[in-house]
Design a protein around this ligand. Structure first.
Ligand SMILES: NC(=O)c1ccc[n+]([C@@H]2O[C@H](COP(=O)([O-])OP(=O)(O)OC[C@H]3O[C@@H](n4cnc5c(N)ncnc54)[C@H](OP(=O)(O)O)[C@@H]3O)[C@@H](O)[C@H]2O)c1
Length: 232
């Protein structure tokens, strides 16, 4: 099996992660399909989830049969996985997770949701009563280990077959050291990516909100910008 830390440096030591099954709620969207593609290439069994199982199967098929990605209804995908990535829009996020609390119990749940609004002045951070989408997830899923990560990874880049190696760090936030270590190592399974611990879940709001700045950068410079943290 491949080295779990293969994509970067400074990652926590850990066991081989390649046997971990990954489900992606809302995996039919750009971000979910992009992450599904990269983790399938890294050797994981990946299940795309959807509110409609047929849509999930269609999205999985579209990504290419050689990747072996499966599709299922969100609840079934969650039940079959060790790690579940939440890749749904902010609207409907809390409702979906509350409905899946039993299916997500005892699992690591990675939230990459950015609560953002768009108006005539561009993209901006939305207020979240819990502080962040990740903290909303933690409140809705008291039996899960919620980690915030992958907020700044462009779906366009993830889906681009010309990009074999990404050039970015993934900020990983959470209150469970084992879970954040594992998610850091998981991020590093995508070539060129480092998973960087960036604090506890209560600091996730500004990480989610920073995406609004990246959207502004992308618009001005016609880019798909990512972050790199220096001196580590
Ligand atoms: N796109 C990016 O580059 C990017 C980068 C970093 C983070 N993100 C975050 O990742 C999340 C997904 O982004 P995206 O661009 O992939 O979004 P999207 O395409 O708009 O939505 C993803 C999927 O979520 C499901 N969905 C839509 N409305 C829903 C609702 N009310 N309740 C439950 N499921 C719903 C849909 O799947 P079904 O209809 O099949 O259920 C949809 O295909 C967002 O929160 C975004 O902030 C995106």
């Amino acid at each position: 099996m491949t080295d779990p830390n293969a994509g970067g440096s400074g990652q926590p030591e850990g066991p081989d992660l390649s046997a971990l099954v990954i489900a992606i709620l809302g995996g039919t969207g750009d971000q979910g399909r992009g992450l599904a593609r990269r983790f399938a290439i890294a050797g994981h069994r990946v299940i795309i989830g959807s509110r409609q199982a047929e849509r999930a199967t269609a999205a999985a098929t579209e990504l290419g049969s050689s990747l072996g990605i499966e599709g299922a209804a969100n609840a079934e995908a969650a039940r079959q996985a060790d790690i579940v990535i939440v890749a749904v829009p902010w609207d409907g996020h809390g409702e979906l997770l509350a409905a899946l609390a039993d299916d997500l119990a005892d699992k690591i749940v990675i939230d990459c949701v950015n609560p953002l609004g768009f108006d005539a002045r561009g993209c901006h951070r939305l207020p979240v009563p819990e502080g962040s989408a990740a903290e909303q997830a933690a409140a809705a899923l008291p039996r899960s280990r919620v980690v915030g990560a992958f907020h700044h990874v462009s779906a366009v880049v993830l889906l681009d077959p010309q990009v074999s190696k990404l050039d970015l760090d993934v900020l990983v936030l959470g209150d469970d050291r084992q879970a954040t270590d594992l998610v850091q190592a998981l991020a590093a399974r995508i070539p060129g990516v480092r998973g960087v611990y960036a604090g506890r879940l209560r600091n996730c709001g500004q990480v989610e909100g920073l995406t609004a700045n990246l959207v502004s950068i992308n618009r001005r410079y016609k880019a798909h910008a990512g972050l790199r943290i220096t001196d580590i």
